[in-house]
Design a protein around this ligand. Structure first.
Ligand code: HEC
Ligand code: HEC
Length: 267
């Protein structure tokens, strides 16, 4: 009896230690996103622009593609004589002003693909909250144009994050798939399918998940998700830097482990 109890105790302790270890390994990047943004109702355009600036250069993951010259259009500097993004956004699509065009670029990137580029931009609404999206729109408008985003554009959901258990303090971004640990739900909600193929579904920007478990150990899969560029998959060098580096912040420890196990089982 004693021996069994002791063994159960040992297993529980071991599991706890493992999860604590994993939780500590997940980088916390919440401080990059100003929490004042969650106040919503009386946010000023200046506050939005500055929040958008930080997101653009940090947790938003935009600079992985924008700012490297040929992979994606320049946004902060001139692009083919049309000026920076704030100066050209109203001229992209007939009948769409800057605000409408920029919001569409972030949330339905495939709706209008800038000539000369591949449609590789992920749908940012999968990983960013409405407040964060509007802050980015304001920041992009400020690059050579006029900022006309106001607090009234931001959905009244600004109070929601607090009610969204587990997401409190996570910069207003809802936990991916509402915290579900169903691996396919995570893969779809996190936008992995935007770049990776799973079965018949998904894109071809990153390696297909079909046999990922035979190429990589669980530890390497975990590393690939937390620090995507630590090792670049062979044959995908030209897409180095594209995979978002923010999943460590967005996935809970249990979600991450569920994903890792799911992928490792794809032999
Ligand atoms: C995986 C690469 C990638 C990432 C990450 C990415 N983009 Fe893009 N983006 C592109 C590409 C490629 C285009 C041009 C093709 C198109 O229109 O879809 C584009 C187009 C755009 C446009 C339209 C530009 C124009 O000249 O009309 C905007 C605005 C934009 N992105 C903003 C952003 C912001 C803001 C972020 C971060 C939240 C971001 N993008 C993240 C690749 C990316
Ligand atoms: C914007 C595109 C993009 C998104 C979104 C994306 N990835 Fe990736 N991923 C890549 C690219 C490109 C590579 C290969 C280059 C590299 O290793 O950095 C890669 C590599 C990987 C690898 C290593 C694969 C191998 O065979 O070496 C794993 C595992 C992985 N991604 C998992 C994920 C998971 C899980 C998600 C969603 C939570 C995700 N990725 C979202 C583009 C993306």
């Amino acid at each position: 009896m004693w021996a069994i109890n002791l063994r159960i105790f040992g297993v529980v302790l071991g599991t706890l230690a493992l999860y604590t270890l994993i939780a500590n390994k997940i980088p916390q990047m919440q401080s990059e996103v100003p929490r004042a943004l969650a106040l919503g109702a009386n946010v000023t355009p200046e506050q939005l622009v500055s929040a958008g600036d930080q997101l653009f250069h940090g947790a938003g993951g935009c600079t992985a593609c924008h700012g490297l010259g040929t992979r994606a259009p320049n946004l902060l500097t001139d692009e083919k004589g049309a000026g920076p993004i704030g100066a050209r956004c109203a001229k992209r699509e007939n009948g769409k002003d800057c605000k409408a065009y920029l919001y569409e670029s972030l949330t339905r990137p495939g709706a209008f693909v800038v000539t000369g580029y591949e449609p590789i931009m992920p749908d940012m609404s999968r990983t960013l909250s409405p407040q964060q999206l509007w802050a980015l729109v304001a920041f992009l408008e400020s690059q050579g144009g006029t900022v006309d985003v106001t607090a009234s554009d931001i959905p009244a959901a600004s109070a929601a994050p607090a009610a969204n258990s587990g997401a409190a303090g996570s910069a207003g971004a809802a936990r991916i798939a509402n915290g579900s640990t169903d691996p396919m739900a995570i893969i779809r909600a996190a936008g992995c399918v935007g770049c990776h193929k799973v079965g018949a579904e998904g894109g071809a920007i990153g390696p297909a998940f079909d046999h990922v478990g035979s190429r990589l150990s669980s530890a390497l899969i975990r590393e690939s998700i937390l620090t995507p560029d630590a090792k670049v998959a062979r044959g995908f060098e030209k897409f180095k830097g594209i995979m978002p580096k923010t999943f460590g912040d967005q996935l809970s420890a249990a979600q991450l482990e569920s994903l890792v196990q799911f992928l490792a089982s794809h032999k």
